[in-house]
Design a protein around this ligand. Structure first.
Ligand code: FUB
Length: 432
């Protein structure tokens, strides 16, 4: 049965549950994201490490506009896979690909000690469905020859499928047409910079193969995202540089995918915004990624604004800002005991501001705006493209509605400016 829930957000774009290792794929003109599903260690599992990853199942999410995401519910659990040691909660980073009418969901997990594989450690399995959002049936054995984690697939223009993984270095191999078995010996991907690497993601653009990966350059550092380019799917690849710096919140891992959708390229990655004190409970994010003329990648700075256009009639979470004034503006959790309650913008100096770009005011134009004020006192100016459209004087009420004037049609940038002394905790604005 499908559990469909709608999530609307900027970054992180899935709220209410932890998500990590996002592999994004476009199927039937829609974006699907297959992440891992971090959970806090269950209280009745004293044998599991409290400071480690804990993952028992996978969800899939889809979106047409990259703003409104549907959670299709659980698509696979460790209990469903006979070779997985279900005491280990080790359903790590997955991928999904489409070939000849079927969807193949690849996932790593720790094998049962007595399983048919006669191996220990992590292997990679496949579950198959005729649709991308569920119905996956796991194969009864993991793929022979893959000892590692973080599977990623590539279907080349000639239809040949490849699979990549990490574990004792980075590897790739051809897949048989059945997509369930290797069709070549694993090839070690060499000449990448020294240091710990995992999470390969390979894609093709303008005839070049991009081998991209999280990488820890030095002991004591955390994962950045890096890339190399080559002329054939299994290399050799030449290292080209960084895609994203190490996380400012010190999330040790990052894990990503890069995909083209409706003419734009997007980077999916994860940080630990909803779990600032424990970086094994992560949340997935999306930002645009751009290429230079010569095919090299421009470095991406992670944003909270994320991507997409926000309707003026939605609750506009300004704390997922495009720009914040250097003085007198900050972002804080609404409830430090429940990070999923989200954030608020705190303005505490005259002329301090928060700017949120790409708001769609439609064609008829709203007549009023409502602000949710969580605390404080003061006067706010609401501006569209720099012109004041409303003034909000904060009193005792949490929800304050005032008229708006001269709102232009279409998509514009919204700014809220502090116009008095005082401190204001602003949750959201919404136009009617
Ligand atoms: O999510 C568990 C592991 O952390 C993944 O397999 C790695 O890529 C890292 O993100």
């Amino acid at each position: 049965m499908l559990l469909a829930g709608v999530v609307k957000a900027q970054n992180p774009f899935i709220k209410g549950q932890f998500t990590a290792d996002p592999t994004a794929r476009v199927f039937n003109g829609k974006m699907y994201v297959y992440p891992s599903h971090d959970i806090p260690v269950p209280a009745d599992k004293p044998n599991l490490r409290k400071d480690w990853f804990c993952m028992e199942d996978y969800h899939v999410f889809s979106s047409e506009n990259l703003i409104n995401w549907t959670d299709h519910g659980v698509i696979l659990t460790q209990e469903q896979v006979n070779w997985v040691n279900a005491d280990t909660y080790s359903m790590w980073a997955p991928d999904c690909t489409y070939k000849d009418g079927m969807y193949y969901f690849y996932f790593p997990a720790i094998v049962k000690p007595d399983s048919i594989t006669k191996r220990f450690g992590m292997m990679v399995g496949v579950a198959v469905s005729d649709r991308p959002d569920g119905g996956f049936v796991p194969m009864t054995e993991p793929i022979k020859g893959i000892y590692g984690i973080d599977p990623c697939t590539l279907i080349d223009d000639d239809g040949q499928a490849y699979i990549y993984w990490s574990g004792r270095g980075m590897h790739g191999a051809r897949l048989k047409p059945n997509m369930l078995q290797l069709d070549s010996e694993p090839v070690a991907i060499e000449k990448l910079p020294d240091g710990m690497k995992e999470g390969p993601f390979v894609f093709k653009r303008n005839g070049k193969y991009y081998f991209t990966f999280p990488w820890v350059p030095k002991e004591g550092e955390t994962e950045n995202l890096s890339y190399a380019i080559g002329d054939s799917p299994l290399g050799p690849f030449e290292y080209k540089g960084l895609i994203m710096d190490q996380s400012l919140t010190h999330c040790w891992t990052n894990h990503h995918s890069i995909v083209e959708y409706k003419g734009e390229w997007y980077l999916f990655y994860h940080h630990n915004d909803y779990s600032p004190k424990f970086d094994k409970n992560r949340s997935i994010c999306i930002d645009k990624i751009h290429f230079n003329e010569d095919g090299t990648i421009r470095k991406v700075t992670p944003t909270w604004r994320g991507v997409g256009i926000t309707n003026a009639t939605d609750e506009i979470q300004l704390d997922r800002y495009s720009e914040l004034s250097k003085v007198g503006a900050a972002i804080a959790y609404v409830d430090t005991t429940d990070c999923f309650a989200g954030w608020k913008t705190v303005l505490n100096a005259r002329n301090a501001y928060v700017q949120y770009n790409d708001v769609d005011f439609g064609i008829t134009g709203p007549t009023s705006v409502t602000a949710r004020i969580l605390d404080g006192k003061g006067r706010l100016l609401v501006k569209v493209d720099g012109k004041t459209v409303a003034e909000i004087t904060i009193g005792k009420d949490e929800l304050i509605t005032v008229p708006v004037r001269n709102i232009p049609k279409g998509v514009h940038n919204l700014t809220v400016v502090m116009d008095s002394k005082g401190t204001v905790g602003l949750d959201w604005l919404k136009f009617e």
